[in-house]
Design a protein around this ligand. Structure first.
Ligand code: PRP
Ligand code: URA
Length: 210
């Protein structure tokens, strides 16, 4: 089945993304907003999780209820900026496992350089959601998902905040089975591989490194 591309344009998300883009937003507010948007987007990205029926007793009567089936989710943030999304998604799915993939873009070639990969041991029983606020050329997301696929997870989704059309197209072409969720699709990439209008360097803004 072909993966879908969803731009989650809920008014609350649009409002928060607007504040995120503003260059005068502080690192503290930026971090808080990235977490909040990730939490709201996670609601949409988990809409198709499998449920199973159980019988329980309420204080009043027996009831048939639906709970999440089997082994569930693993979130995999791409370091560094993906870390900013982890707390938000864990608020919705506290029992999820968390893996980490360390990648940075070589500023000259714009190609991803991998420096760390630690994934949950039982990842083959889990649905994976890869987290990274920025989908620019798509190189980092493509590389991360290629690494994760080697460990045979049940499925993979990508969740980002701001996407360039170039990155969306490249990711969908490289991994056509992966559902992609983003909060905004921007105009283009500039000559330095930055998303326009974008929000600048997400890692630097989250961690205050510039
Ligand atoms: C940023 C961002 C993505 C990547 C996107 O990371 O967080 O991982 O760039 O660009 P791409 O789609 O062209 O690959 P960066 O390389 O700046 O590393 P950092 O998070 O460690 O700052
Ligand atoms: N990485 C970022 O953090 N921002 C961009 O605009 C592109 C890549």
């Amino acid at each position: 089945m072909s993966g879908t591309i969803t731009i989650t344009n809920h008014p609350l998300i649009q409002h928060k993304v607007a504040i995120l883009r503003n260059k005068n937003t502080s690192s503290k507010d930026f971090r808080t907003l990235v977490g909040e948007i990730a939490m709201l987007m996670c609601y949409e990205a988990t809409r198709d999780l499998t449920l199973e029926e159980r019988e329980i007793e309420t204080p009043v009567a027996k009831a048939k209820v639906n709970v999440l089936a089997g082994k569930k989710l693993a979130f995999v943030p791409i370091l560094r900026a993906g870390l900013g999304m982890v707390d938000g998604v864990l608020q919705l799915v506290p029992s999820a496992r968390v893996g980490h993939i360390g990648l940075y873009r070589n500023p000259e070639t714009l190609k991803p350089v991998e420096y760390y990969c630690k994934l949950p041991a039982d990842i083959s029983d889990r649905e994976v959601i890869v987290l990274d606020p920025m989908l620019a050329t798509g190189g980092s997301a493509i590389d991360a998902i290629t690494q994760i696929k080697k460990r045979n997870p049940r499925s993979i989704k990508f969740m980002g905040l701001i996407a360039a059309p170039e990155g969306l197209e490249a990711l969908h072409k490289a991994h056509p089975d992966v559902d992609i969720f983003c909060a905004a699709k921007d105009e283009r990439l500039n000559d330095h591989g930055y998303i326009v209008p974008g929000l600048g360097d997400a890692g630097d803004r989250i961690f205050g490194t510039k």
